[in-house]
Design a protein around this ligand. Structure first.
Ligand code: HEM
Ligand code: HEM
Length: 188
């Protein structure tokens, strides 16, 4: 039996991905929209639910092995980048609802600092696009290489074997040099 994330880990990963996509697509366009009290209340409710689920997920996954499904032992530099990206994803996902709630707080209490709160909110959204974009591209690349990582989290389009094509061998040689550098600079 190959290593796989638990059923609960997979369920949380995919239901949360849907919640994130919903949060991004239904986003508030500008501050004036929040004059509608029912929309403001809904945004506050959504932000709290989102934040609670992110925190629960973080604590549940904290001790799970990174790149769990890999058939071969992963380079330490590779694990370092994967872990750092996951941490940055969590950071952006915590900052998004927190800065959203900050906007709501400033609005309700009539306090100064709205421009800064909105800037932080937009920055958090931007960081989430970048880190989640990198995460998805890296997952697809790993799927192409047939490392086993994809199969441990994604139930669809499963890999059957390691890709040993010449292009992959050359790419892995370059990758290993980069991982060596990372190990030298950040791990040793
Ligand atoms: C097509 C979309 C996606 C694919 C193919 C994908 C794929 C994967 C894979 C293969 C893993 C396992 C990595 C490992 O074993 O270390 C993983 C973990 C993870 N994914 Fe995704 N993912 C997708 C979307 C997302 C989205 C939208 C988010 C955030 C909202 C996200 C956040 C994470 C995080 C934080 C982890 C680390 C494990 C955890 O804490 O749950 N992923 N993903
Ligand atoms: C999990 C919860 C939330 C998510 C995922 C989310 C997501 C987003 C995103 C993606 C944007 C567009 C940012 C950009 O232009 O790059 C945005 C804008 C905005 N959000 Fe949120 N948001 C959340 C909660 C909140 C809350 C609770 C409030 C306040 C009650 C809020 C108020 C705003 C406002 C006022 C803007 C427009 C900023 C502008 O003027 O450009 N958001 N939100």
């Amino acid at each position: 039996m190959e290593n796989s994330h638990t059923r609960l880990a997979k369920t949380i990963h995919w239901t949360f991905s849907i919640l994130y996509a919903y949060g991004i697509f239904k986003q508030v366009e500008d501050l004036e929209e929040l004059e509608d009290a029912s929309l403001l209340n809904f945004e506050i409710f959504f932000a709290i639910v989102f934040l609670v689920i992110v925190m629960l997920r973080f604590f549940y996954m904290k001790d799970a092995k990174t790149l769990l499904g890999a058939h071969e032992e992963m380079h330490k530099g590779h694990l370092f980048i994967a872990k750092a990206t996951h941490r940055l994803v969590y950071f952006s996902l915590i900052m998004l609802p927190t800065t959203g709630l900050l906007i709501a707080g400033i609005l309700n209490a009539g306090l100064p600092g709205m421009t800064l709160a909105i800037a932080l909110h937009e920055l958090s959204a931007f960081l989430s696009y970048i880190t989640i974009g990198v995460h998805i591209v890296a997952s697809l690349y790993s799927r192409y290489k047939g490392e086993g990582v994809w199969n441990a989290m994604v139930p669809l389009w499963q890999e059957s074997k390691k890709n040993d094509s010449r292009i992959i061998v050359s790419l892995e040689t370059i990758e290993n040099k980069v991982y060596d550098q990372i190990e030298d600079k950040f791990i040793k």
